[in-house]
Design a protein around this ligand. Structure first.
Ligand SMILES: Cc1cc2nc3c(=O)[nH]c(=O)nc-3n(C[C@H](O)[C@H](O)[C@H](O)COP(=O)(O)O)c2cc1C
Length: 148
């Protein structure tokens, strides 16, 4: 069964919650999903063997958080060109991390990115059924893209 790796950074839990909900959507689409903190991924070998990837970060200071920048150097070494990808971000007012990660995955790593672009949710929206469903839908879209 194809598997999706959902890797996130999270300081106060919002981005982690998004990762777990995205995994539910992937599984709903009949695919396997593995959720990992970026801190559990020590080298590029831990990134191989998956068919799809979603990477997430909160926005801090209008950017992805520091650890995610280092993590993306591991992703570069892993060589994920052509793999299905998505990106997600929790934020309060500007939300730059999602588009930054998404663009890097598409333009630099040449991954096959989801058409809707990154999933960016304010932390307030994540408290609502609408926000929860948006995460599940994003995961479902990832799983369905893999099945095609
Ligand atoms: C030091 C700091 C800087 C932040 N900077 C931004 C920012 O530039 N833009 C934004 O939209 N949110 C910003 N936020 C809000 C976080 O992105 C938001 O609280 C997010 O939900 C945290 O995700 P987490 O629970 O996964 O850590 C900032 C939060 C902190 C603590």
């Amino acid at each position: 069964m194809p598997n999706v790796l959902i890797a996130y950074a999270s300081r106060t839990g919002n981005t982690r919650k998004m990762a777990e909900l995205i995994a539910e959507g992937v599984r709903y689409a009949g695919q396997g999903a593995v959720v990992r903190s970026i801190h559990e991924i020590k080298d590029e070998k831990a990134l191989t063997g998956y068919d799809g990837y979603a990477f997430g970060s909160p926005t801090h200071h209008r950017n992805m958080i520091g650890g995610v920048k280092q993590f993306l150097f591991l992703v570069e070494k892993a060589g994920l060109a052509g793999k299905v990808g998505g990106a997600f971000c929790s934020y309060t007012h500007s939300g730059e991390a999602g588009p930054m990660i998404f663009d890097t995955m598409r333009q630099v790593f040449e991954m096959d990115m989801l058409d809707p672009g990154p999933l960016n949710l304010t932390e307030d929206l994540l408290e609502t059924s609408e926000g929860i469903e948006a995460c599940r839908q994003y995961g479902r879209a990832l799983g369905e893209k893999l099945a095609r």
